[in-house]
Design a protein around this ligand. Structure first.
Ligand code: DC
Length: 233
């Protein structure tokens, strides 16, 4: 991905950059591009919730059963490896990365993410990645909860029909056949869950720059973010 229109001179001060937003807003592509351009680590926190969902599905656990969820957390070992802008996730020694983008896992992850104990458990795992700076963290509560002191916060949004179209196209490429209308319904349901949960709901941090990517290309969004970062360094 080229963002040749923006000139950027990397600084020695390595920032914590957060990119939050709803499903399908283009966060992953943008966050990976920004991380690559800056030589920063890319942290996809949705993958952690998806990893828990994957384990829940494997173990056939009822997420409303507190005891079962507690034993899952006690026995679950999540390991993340970041290589440049790519992230791999292991659950109990199994590399589950390629299974996490399944739409069913995404829906289950959104439900798992409403459980306060799960969010508490994943909080220090995420924060550990930001200790040295030099990170682009993507999720729903990066700027509000996980990295409230981040120097550069962005909230990426887009019209729901556009987000559904993008997610549908991603799914087709990944071999997950689901009608676009069904993808849109799923996104709407996920938006409601992510925005209305009692703990760490999705909303822009008060100091976040909100970018509506509905009519912007990936390059334009990346350029906007890099310009902003360049201005604060
Ligand atoms: O970004 P994603 O689609 O991979 O995220 C999957 C789900 O995980 C999403 O619906 C909500 C949840 N999530 C969250 O609650 N907080 C985060 N920081 C990241 C993801």
């Amino acid at each position: 991905m080229q963002t040749s229109s923006t000139r950027f001179s990397p600084s020695t001060h390595r920032l914590v950059i957060t990119i939050d937003g709803p499903a399908g807003a283009g966060k992953s592509t943008v966050a990976q591009c920004v991380a690559r351009r800056l030589g920063y680590t890319y942290l996809d926190t949705g993958a952690l919730y998806r990893a828990v969902a994957w384990n829940v599905k494997q173990a056939a656990i009822d997420i409303l059963d507190v005891n079962q969820m507690n034993s899952l957390m006690a026995s679950m070992n999540v390991h993340i490896m970041v290589q440049e802008s790519l992230m791999r996730v292991w659950v109990n020694e199994e590399d589950v990365t390629s299974q996490l983008r399944d739409p069913e896992i995404g829906t289950l992850a959104s439900s798992v993410a409403t459980i306060p104990a799960i969010r508490e458990w994943l909080l220090p795992i995420q924060q550990d990645f930001g200790r040295q700076g030099g990170i682009v963290a993507e999720g729903r509560d990066m700027g509000t909860r996980v990295f409230p002191f981040a120097e550069a916060k962005f909230f990426l949004d887009a019209d729901v029909a556009i987000r559904a179209k993008r997610r549908y196209q991603d799914n087709v490429l990944a071999g997950h056949g689901m009608e676009q209308a069904a993808v849109q319904e799923e996104i709407i349901a996920r938006d409601i869950r992510d925005r209305s949960r009692t703990i760490a709901p999705l909303y822009p941090a008060s100091d976040a720059v909100v970018i509506d990517s509905s009519v912007l290309t990936v390059d334009e969004v990346v350029a906007t973010i890099l310009e902003r970062i360049s201005a604060i360094q």
